[in-house]
Ligand binder design. Structure first.
Ligand code: NAD
Length: 309
C-alpha cells in the first residue's frame, strides 16, 4: 500500500481564503477589521519564527495584528499588566501569548489572565471546560486543524477507533475531546501506556503528538489507517534521516541537512508509514500549516462572538 499524502498546504490555503472573505464581509457590513495581539517574551528562535508567521498571515488576510515583543528579563508583573491592558482594549479581538515563557514568568497565571472571549489559543480553563462539555468555545488551533484535515479529506470519523499518542494540554487532550465530539471511539496513550503498539495498531485514525522523531513505526500502524503526524522535531544526523526516509525523499532531506544543518521530521517514520497507512500527513507541510490557519479562523470567530455579530 502507498499512502495518500494529505497536503496541509491546500487545506490551509482554502481555510485562509474563507477567513479573508469573512474579514472583507466584516469590513463592508460592520466597518471593522479583527485585531490579533501577539505577545512574545525573550529570544527563543522557534517562537520568533512562529510569531512572525502568525503576524504576517493575519495581515495577509486583512486583519490588524500587533506584535508585542518584550525583552527576556521582563517581569511576571509587566507581562500580566500587558495582558490586562489588551483585555481592556475594545479594538483587540484576540490575544495570544507565545509559549514557552522565560522562567520568572508564571505561565499558568498569564494564560488564566487572558479574557476567555479573546483567548484565540483556547488554553484558558473556561474554554477547556467548555470544550469538554461540548459547548461552543475557542478551540486549540492544532487539534482543530487536525479535524479540518480529516473532514476536508473526506475521512470518516464517527464510529472509528481513534488513538492519540500524547496527552498534553495543547494537543493530546483537546484532540481527544474533538474526536469524541465527532463520535469517534477515543483512546489516549502516553509515556506510561503498556502495550502501546498493540493499542495503536487497532486505530483507524492514529494521531501522534509525542515530540520524538520517527517514534511511530510499522508495528504501531494498522494496514489502511489514517495517520496524522503532529510532531515537529529537527534531525541533523544523516544516519537517522536514512532510517526515516525512502528513496523518494532521502536525497532532498540530506541536502537540507547540508544546507541548514537540520531537517524537520514528525513523530512518525514516514518510510514505514507510507507502506502501511492509507492516508498520512507530511512533516513539514501537514498539520503545522493548519495551526496558523485555525488561529486566523479563531480570531474572526472571537471578533464575531465578542461583538455579537
Ligand atoms: P509534550 O511534550 O507536552 O507532550 C508529549 C506527550 O507525549 C506527553 O503527553 C507524553 O506522555 C507523550 N510521550 C512522550 N514520550 C512517549 C513515549 N515514549 N511513548 C508514548 N507517549 C510518549 O508535547 P506537545 O506540546 O503535545 O507536542 C508534541 C509534538 O507536537 C512536538 O513535536 C511538538 O513540536 C509538536 N507540535 C506541533 C504543533 C503543530 O503546529 N504542528 C503544535 C504543537 C506541538
Amino acid at each position: 500500500m502507498t499512502a495518500r499524502i494529505l497536503s496541509g498546504k491546500e487545506i490551509a490555503e482554502q481555510i485562509k481564503r474563507e477567513v479573508a472573505e469573512e474579514v472583507r464581509g466584516l469590513v463592508e457590513k460592520h466597518g471593522f477589521r479583527p485585531c490579533l495581539a501577539v505577545v512574545r517574551v525573550g529570544e527563543d528562535a522557534a517562537s520568533a519564527v512562529y510569531v512572525g508567521s502568525k503576524v504576517k498571515t493575519s495581515e495577509e488576510l486583512g486583519m490588524i495584528s500587533e506584535h508585542h515583543h518584550l525583552p527576556a528579563e521582563t517581569s511576571h508583573k509587566e507581562v500580566l499588566k500587558l495582558v490586562k491592558d489588551l483585555n481592556n482594549r475594545d479594538d483587540v479581538d484576540g490575544i495570544l501569548v507565545q509559549l514557552p515563557l522565560p522562567e520568572q514568568i508564571d505561565e499558568r497565571e498569564i494564560l488564566e489572565a487572558i479574557n476567555p472571549q479573546k483567548d484565540v489559543d483556547g488554553f484558558h480553563p473556561i474554554n477547556v471546560g467548555k470544550l469538554s462539555q461540548g459547548q461552543k468555545s475557542l478551540v486549540p488551533c492544532t487539534p482543530a486543524g487536525v479535524i479540518e484535515i480529516l473532514k476536508r479529506s473526506n475521512i470518516p470519523i464517527a464510529g472509528e477507533h481513534a488513538v492519540i499518542i500524547g496527552r498534553s494540554n495543547i494537543v493530546g487532550k483537546p484532540m481527544a475531546q474533538l474526536l469524541l465530539q465527532e463520535n469517534a471511539t477515543v483512546t489516549i496513550c502516553h509515556s506510561r501506556t503498556k502495550n502501546l503498539a498493540e493499542i495503536a495498531s487497532n486505530a483507524g485514525i492514529l494521531v501522534a503528538a509525542i515530540g520524538r522523531a520517527g517514534f511511530v513505526r510499522a508495528e504501531h500502524i494498522k494496514t489502511g489507517a489514517t495517520v496524522i503526524d503532529v510532531g515537529i522535531n529537527s534531525v541533523s544526523s544523516a544516519e537517522i534521516a536514512k532510517e526515516l526516509f525512502g528513496e523518494d525523499e532521502i536525497e532532498k532531506r540530506l541536502n537540507t541537512i547540508i544546507k541548514r544543518g537540520f531537517t524537520l521530521v514528525g513523530d512518525v517514520n514516514p518510510k514505514e508509514a507510507k507502506e502501511k497507512a492509507a492516508n498520512l500527513t507530511p512533516v513539514p507541510g501537514g498539520v503545522g500549516l493548519l495551526t496558523v490557519a485555525m488561529l486566523m479562523k479563531n480570531t474572526v470567530e472571537a471578533a464575531r462572538r465578542r461583538r455579537g455579530i
